[in-house]
Structure formats: C-alpha cells, structure tokens
Design a protein around this ligand. Structure first.
Ligand code: MN
Length: 255
C-alpha cells in the first residue's frame, strides 16, 4: 500500500463554506497501479492539533509514502524570509508533511518526493531551497516549462553509482514544472542528478534506501519513455521489501 498525501484546493462547485476539496492527481493513482502498487490517498486534518494522532493512525496503513507536487514550502521552514517571487504556501500542509516525514523515516518506510514533495523532504532533513530559481540562480535554464507537462524539455546528468543511475543510466530527458529547487541538501542526502545549469534534479539517502527526491514528473513521462516507470517500480519494491523486514541497501553497497 502506497500512501499519497492529498492537497486541498478551492473548488467553486462545492456549495458550502469552506468550498474546498482534498485531492491527489489521477496520474499518481494510475502510475502506482501500473508499477505494481496499491494507492491510498491520505488527507491532512484541518485542525492542526490532530496532526500527531492522525499520523500515528496512518502509519501502520502504508508501506511507502509519496509526497507529490504542490505549493511552495514556507521559507521560514528553512531559515529564510519570503522573497517577492514566493507563491502561496500552505502552512498546514507543510506542518503535516514535515511531521509525517519524520514519523515515516523513524518507522523505516521508504519515501518518494516529487517536485514540491522533494523540497519538503529535503527541508525535513535540514536542506534549503531556492525560493525562485529564475531570480536567485545565475544562468538558470527554463525550469517552468511552457510546453505541456507530459513532454520532456531539458536533460539531466545522473550521478554514477547512485540508485537512480542503476535505473536510468547516465542521463534522462525530463519534464520541468518547477520555479523552486533544492539549493543545499539536508543531512544524509546525496546528489543523484542535476540539470546542465547545476540545478539539483534528484537526491537520495546516503546510508540506506529510504529516500528518493526527484524534481521531474515520471508519472507523466513513462507512457512514451518506459524507463521512467522503473523509478516508481523500484520505490514500490523497496516499500514491499521493508514491510517484509528485508533491508535492500543496494545504494549503500555501491559506494
Ligand atoms: Mn527542471
């Protein structure tokens, strides 16, 4: 069972106040199923005081956790004040995911963060972010692609000897729908891929196989580039292995 954190969005078709819905994008459901997993969406409680007990109740239900894309992370979470280009954050989602990441890691269950999900994962381990790549990083490529998101628009160089390199080889052609990025990596995380402007595009845990963060969206790429599905399949295999008490430290052994 793979848990997917739900985001909350405004929905004008809902005739109540607040008129919001808890959602996870359909492509995650379809990709998890395609890669051999079973998805379950977990919404955060609107009452923040319920977060700890809700997380403890969720934990035994899943084997792996996916942190999907979403709003900007509140920069005060990584020691910065908000710059003008920062977009709306969701402080409740930040609070829920940060606590969920710590609890999931302590429980020894694999986590997979995509886009914002990789940012919150990095911040949870003490990493920092670019609040806005275009204005904060010199000579940045276009990472917020104008082309429809199922098309790849830039290449990434994958670091040899990483778990990701075993899945994809030394390069990948990826989509790019982010205006933020990881700037420095948190404790225990190592670089796994970068764009040609140096932007961190993937990272993974150094001493175990529990963490993978990716800046692109394989769930929109595997239909035309089947190797991208391996990223999900590998994550789901690791989740199953840990459930059975088998630690697959392949990434650590490769060093
Ligand atoms: Mn990118």
């Amino acid at each position: 069972m793979i848990a997917l954190v739900a985001d909350v969005i405004h929905d004008p078709s809902v005739f109540t106040v607040p008129n919001t819905v808890d959602i996870s994008p359909t492509m995650f459901k379809d990709t998890i199923l395609e890669a051999g997993g079973l998805p379950i969406t977990i919404p955060y409680p609107t009452n923040a005081r319920l977060i700890p007990e809700v997380i403890q109740a969720y934990l035994p239900l899943f084997d792996g956790l996916i942190l999907p894309g979403g709003p900007d992370v509140d920069p005060t979470r990584y020691g910065e004040q908000p710059r003008p280009q920062l977009q709306a954050a969701n402080p409740l989602l930040d609070a829920f995911e940060l606590e969920l990441i710590k609890a999931t890691y302590a429980a020894g269950k694999p986590m997979f963060g995509l886009c914002r999900g990789s940012h919150i994962l990095n911040v949870a381990f003490g990493g920092t972010l670019y609040q806005d790549l275009e204005t904060e990083k010199a000579d940045a490529l276009r990472h917020l692609q104008a082309t429809s998101g199922e098309y790849p628009t830039h290449h990434v160089a994958i670091v040899p000897q990483t778990r990701l390199a075993k899945l994809l080889g030394d390069t990948a052609y990826v989509n790019s729908r982010h205006h933020q990025a990881s700037r420095t990596l948190g404790a225990g995380l190592r670089l796994a891929a970068k764009a040609y402007d140096g932007t961190i595009e993937a990272f993974e845990s150094e001493d175990n196989d529990l963490i993978l963060g990716i800046q692109w969206h394989p769930e929109n790429l595997w239909q035309d580039a089947p190797s991208q599905l391996k990223i999900y399949a590998d994550f789901i295999e690791r989740a199953a292995s840990h459930r059975q008490g088998i630690s697959t430290l392949a990434a650590g052994e490769a060093k």
